[in-house]
Design a protein around this ligand. Sequence first.
Ligand code: HEC
Length: 204
Amino acid sequence: MHHTCATILLATTMLMLPACERAGTQANQTDLSDAGWVRVDLESLSAAQATQREQAITARDQLAQTLKGELVSAITSEGPVHAIDVCHTRAPEIAAEVALSNGVQIGRTSHRMRNAENTAPDWMQPVVDEQDPTPHAFADGEGTLAFAYPIILEGACIVCHGSNEQVPAPVREAIDQRYPDDRATGFAPGDLRGWFWVQVPPEN
Ligand code: HEC
């Protein structure tokens, strides 16, 4: 089941190799300090960093809009059970497309994940732990900036992420089948659902 996601993620990683190499000169780091990521104050970005933030926001908006568009049309045309398949297959594909066309790395993550493959990059772990619903930025010392943008739950998400009463039984079953370790129900509109993360390499 997860082969598609894994393969696509791998493909993305390989395509993004130049960016990875710059970002990861200290390879295989596990914690924030080892990785050399430091927090950046979003209020005092340099001109170059502000340009990177624009790139991050553009990519984030593309991913959000494309995903939501496909989700809504899948629900409208064939219902939420089918839309779970679409989400499973298309979410990583769309992220890979957006990453490639914008020259960034991008994904979604959560403090309560449905698909554990959406694990946050190491630099994001403090944000996930704090469950802070405001944007954050980090720099790696090599010019790469990393951004975390909150995702707030909306009414349209309830059918698949809401309470037990709100998620219809067939949807619940399809989720359990696909994601036995699902932790992503029980959300209400306005709740912090997770984050988009974007890593933007320095301009060449
Ligand atoms: C049709 C059911 C469905 C709807 C509606 C839906 N989602 Fe999801 N959501 C999923 C599935 C399935 C996944 C796992 C995708 C994957 O395999 O990567 C997921 C994953 C996510 C993730 C990634 C983190 C994780 O838990 O794996 C976020 C964030 C998310 N959804 C937010 C939302 C938001 C916000 C909305 C409303 C705009 C929404 N979802 C609507 C089914 C749905």
